[in-house]
Design a protein around this ligand. Sequence first.
Ligand code: WTA
Length: 654
Amino acid sequence: MSNRQPPIESLEVEDRVFPPPEQFAARAVATSDLVAAAAADPEGYWAAEASRLEWIEPWQQVLDRSGAPFFKWFTGGRLNASANCLDRHLAERGDRVAFYWEGEPGDAQEITYRDLYERVCRLANGLRELGVGKGDRVAIYLGMVPELPVAMLACARIGAPHTVVFGGFSPNALSERIQDCSCTAVITADEGWRNGKTIPLKANVDAALESCPSVEAAVVVRRTGGEVTWAEGRDHWYHELVERQAPACPPEPMDSEDLLYILYTSGTTGKPKGIVHTTGGYMAGVASTHRQVFDLRDDDVYWCAADCGWVTGHSYIVYGPLANGCTGVLYEGAPGFPGPDRWWRIIERHRVSILYTAPTAIRTFMKWGTDAPAGCDLTSLRLLGSVGEPINPEAWMWYHQHIGGGRCPIVDTWWQTETGTIMISPLPGITSTKPGSATFPLPGVGADIVDEAGTSVGLGQGGYLVLTEPWPAMLRTLYGDDERYLETYWSRFPGLYLAGDGARRDEEGYFWLLGRIDDVMNVSGHRLSTIEIESALVDHPAVAEAAVVGRADAITGQAIAAFVTLVGGVVGDEDLIGELRGHVAKRIGPIARPQSIVLTADLPKTRSGKIMRRLLRDISDDRQLGDVTTLANAEVVREIADMATAARAAGQEE
Ligand code: WTA
């Protein structure tokens, strides 16, 4: 019986459509011919994309399915990721800027491809001097300084897989990751800058290394000049190490399936998962999707405002853009430092043409108001991107209007640390977009939505998002844990990769992401997606951000509990709460009317900016709070918990 009920019901209707502007259609990198060719022969398509890279030895087989789901791509081929990002650009575009870097305090660097090449070679030689060799794992724990991409590429150059740990993580999180893959070296800095304050990176490393016997060397960038303690023999200043090295270093020829990096991502429970990415397929995938989704042209200035500590930074700050020889922007600090116009000044200064960021950033800017972007010249922008969470239609419209000036297409890109590359996204020259929809799978990608039984659902229905075909940049396993890889992604529906996200397809086949499966609520037998109710709340002019969870309810199974932050200047009261509840009922239906709404100054978020609904569920159910140490803004949780208790007591039930 339960098989007949759609796994997730979808009640929201979004009918705004934005066809590609003419100038995109006329000059698009990705055309409908290409889409057709990829559909006819996906492997041939990926082979053609991979042949844009420089291979030391050609591959023998495009895709080896024999060990499924341990797939292999471009087997027998040899290449080096750093050589693909650097060496092959030197002759033609050595003097071209690879990165415009801005430090938070206002210092800046212009780094050409030749500069970057030399810096990478020097550090690669330095790492070798410290005994790091092919196959050794290196942890990188830095802020967004130029040395971060340099360190990643230096590791790639000598065949030492890196694991970048976001600079905001605690010593505990750092040591857990270092231990899991037994790193032999760590690259860090004295301190990092964030919001005008310093982050004690080296002190955190010192604390972490107390429980990491595998680490023999620590390389320390001098960033702030702050004081550090020193372990003689183990610690080395970065500048002293690279100074004595030659600015050239032959790249290590790597097998297509050799490890490029491990990146840890939190699982629903327990220890983080070490996502394993290898070299050939990953590089082919990131270069190809970066070119097509961002419609890359030679004169673009591209800014992906993520941190290299996340997969977005790996794929779309470092490996994809540099493989394409593109000019990028790197910014070290917080978006609001020293004022709310920092980002828009950066765009103005460097004439940025493509901006790629996350819904959480967009909603923060919405909260700050339109004065800051309106006061800057953003006319250089021609394309906007979004990643990391479903983007609420209202945030989409704000981004489109106030940042994109109404003229820039938006690519809402769905993907995961596991997928390595964007999987579902508009192609800006050919796809008509709808605010809030990631639209369609990219060329060469197979995606579907299935019900509990694994059967594809029809148009207009919701279910589980799955990937139906292997793709080049896919994770190969979880580091040291093949079992967990099989169990997490491949056991629910045999032969299908389970993404863990809910999704629906509308009548025209557009994909709409509905959030993590765990976030689905069951209200009076209806399975509702949190994101749709959140979007209905954000649609109200007073609301900046919203999080919705299901609270245990004796009558309806679950009741909808909402947490809302208001846009700057709006004062919240009981009347507004009543209005918001009515607004949701009107947009979606009475079934979706929140039972309680808590107004709060902030929402609990992970360090990568995703709303932590799990914590809000605990608060709503009055359970013991789970672990909050990985939260970006842990202090808000207490405050929200108190308010939720008050809201329940006040009894906002009908
Ligand atoms: C969510 C980030 C809706 C989703 C690249 C996914 C999205 C998880 C989108 C992966 C999007 C990412 N629309 N949801 N455009 N992009 N997500 O590993 O739940 O940090 O499974 O990778 O973020 O997050 P991760």
